[in-house]
Design a protein around this ligand. Structure first.
Ligand code: ADP
Ligand code: MG
Ligand code: MG
Length: 251
């Protein structure tokens, strides 16, 4: 069974239909790339799937459970975690505190304890894992820096780190490479491949189509809120409707 099933999802803002009866399925342990020109409804789809926006219509099923009416925290507890196109780290906390906090989101443990680093098995585990993640993302040297002092790309990495700390089953990445140093883009790609090897399911939006085609098992092509096409990268790459949508819109 698919780990995620999105059916007839619909969302409008005033008169503007942002997501128009979008349907797609995501198989467990796969990487799904969501592509489409600017304004196609990719970020809104992520918001609907993870519960940050309420849908006007349609359903979201996570691991066989209808989560359409559940708030984002409840979906996170069930293992679905997302990052944002514009990162949402807590600027008044340090890099390390931000990442440690990610470990708390998922299982609801005491946030204060996490920040203080109070000794318990769980805290030691969080400390170890956060160190590992910060090193992987090359943020270790910045661990005591306030998040508010980071560059845009570093903030994106920090947000990714927080998401990883939550130990997700399904991870949605909205333009994770935006503003990130190219050498670290490769590291992010490697991390996604490693996640897949570990059985995680990843949905990713990114502007670099070649990269998406390379990394994805399935590609979903959106335009004007609708899913125009979905299938293997080869299938989607040769889809004339999608090509036309790209040529007609600003990419
Ligand atoms: P994408 O991520 O594919 O670039 P979005 O999902 O961000 O597209 O946006 C789809 C459409 O919905 C755009 O026309 C955008 O302006 C509109 N939109 C998105 N979020 C909001 C919002 N919170 N309020 C009003 N309009 C929105
Ligand atoms: Mg956009
Ligand atoms: Mg977007």
């Amino acid at each position: 069974d698919p780990i995620l099933r999105v059916e007839d999802l619909y969302k409008s803002f005033g008169g503007l239909v942002a997501v128009d009866d979008a349907s797609f399925e995501v198989e467990r342990g796969t990487v799904v790339g969501l592509i489409g020109p600017n304004g196609a409804g990719k970020s809104t789809t992520f918001n609907l799937v993870t519960g940050f926006y309420d849908a006007d219509g349609g359903t979201v099923e996570l691991d066989g459970e209808d989560v359409t009416d559940l708030p984002p925290e409840a979906r996170a507890t069930r293992g679905m975690i997302r990052t944002f196109q514009i990162s949402r780290e807590l600027t008044g906390m340090t890099v390390r505190q931000n990442v440690r906090l990610g470990g708390q989101d998922h299982d609801g443990e005491n946030v204060v304890q996490a920040l203080a680093g109070t000794a318990s098995d769980r805290e030691a585990e969080i400390a170890d894992r956060s160190e590992e993640i910060l090193k992987q993302l090359e943020l270790w040297d910045l661990r005591d820096e306030y998040a508010g002092n980071l560059s845009g790309g570093q903030r994106k990495l920090l947000e990714l780190g927080r998401a990883l700390m939550a130990d997700p089953d399904v991870l949605l990445l909205d333009e994770p490479m935006a503003g990130v140093n190219p050498s670290l883009s490769d590291e992010i790609i490697e991390m996604i491949e490693e996640m897949k090897r570990n059985g995680l399911t990843v949905l990713i939006v990114e502007h670099d189509i070649d990269m998406i085609m390379d990394i994805s098992d399935t590609v979903v092509g959106m335009h004007q809120g609708r899913v125009l096409t979905s299938g293997s990268p080869e299938e989607v790459q040769n889809d004339d409707d999608l090509l036309e949508a790209y040529l007609g819109g600003e990419v």
